[in-house]
Design a protein around this ligand. Structure first.
Ligand code: NI
Length: 255
């Protein structure tokens, strides 16, 4: 069993945890999970993320508006969210970004909301947690323009793009996708990626690694992702977990 696991991206406010949320979260500490960043996607989930962070010492909060919610989000919502950043458990602006796969919000609105939150993060001196699905070009252009601290989570780009992100001083989040049978790009990214730029994540309840793919994901499943990455890097899984824990603490300013 491993210890010191830092899950940099999870959604424990999701309804799929409704039945057993507290029981599960309590069990994670016993399974070696030391830190979790729970990510909000709109005002409602940012508030429930903060509730979780206030209830559990090992849960930290990222709050913000996801690409999917960009269209529905009002100026009042944005103002309410902005007030929440003064809470000490908030460690990032997220998750924010662009999703041209689903296009649930018009692209112009996605870009506007993303850019406003990049500016806000820089003003607050907080890192960002970026979602980029099939929007690599616009995402990179905005990151180059605003140069935030942060991580591109559940990274789906090429090793070339990973290099550009590292050049910007940002981190790359690798989750369960690296264990999938068809994982070619994520493996190339991990092969390239310097160890000090790597973060482990689940995106729980989604992106469950093999051999549990298809089931509900939780932070303890990171063990399988870590084993795969460690194998690619030629180091022990616990060593990888420890390095990623240090990386996450550095990024999110957690002592
Ligand atoms: Ni997410």
């Amino acid at each position: 069993m491993y210890g010191n696991i830092f899950d940099t991206h999870a959604h424990y406010d999701d309804s799929r945890f409704e039945e057993d949320r507290d029981e599960l979260l309590c069990s994670l500490k016993v399974k070696g999970v030391s830190h979790i960043v729970n990510c909000g996607c709109d005002l409602k989930s940012s508030l429930s993320t903060l509730n979780l962070a206030e209830k559990y010492d090992f849960i930290f909060a990222a709050i913000g508006v996801h690409a999917h919610e960009a269209e529905e989000t009002t100026e009042d919502d944005l103002a309410e969210i902005e007030k929440l950043y003064s809470n000490k458990k908030v460690v990032a602006v997220g998750e924010i970004g662009l999703d041209y796969h689903y296009d649930f919000s018009p692209r112009e609105r996605q870009i506007e909301i993303f850019e406003r939150q990049l500016i806000l993060a820089n003003k607050l001196n907080l890192p960002v947690i970026v979602h980029d699905r099939e929007a690599h070009e616009d995402t990179m252009n905005l990151l180059k323009k605003h140069r935030p601290k942060g991580v591109v989570h559940c990274f789906s780009g090429s090793a070339e793009m990973a290099k550009e992100i590292v050049k910007l001083g940002m981190y790359i989040g690798i989750g369960g996708a690296v264990t999938f049978k068809n994982a070619k790009k994520p493996i190339e990214v991990v092969e390239y990626l310097p160890l000090d730029r790597l973060l482990l994540e689940t995106d729980a309840p989604y992106m469950t690694p093999v051999p549990f793919r298809g089931q509900r994901c939780d932070s303890a499943h990171i063990a399988y992702t870590a084993e795969k990455i460690a194998e690619i890097k030629g180091i022990e899984a616990q060593e990888l977990i420890d390095i990623c824990n240090e990386n996450a603490k550095r990024l999110f300013n957690i002592t």
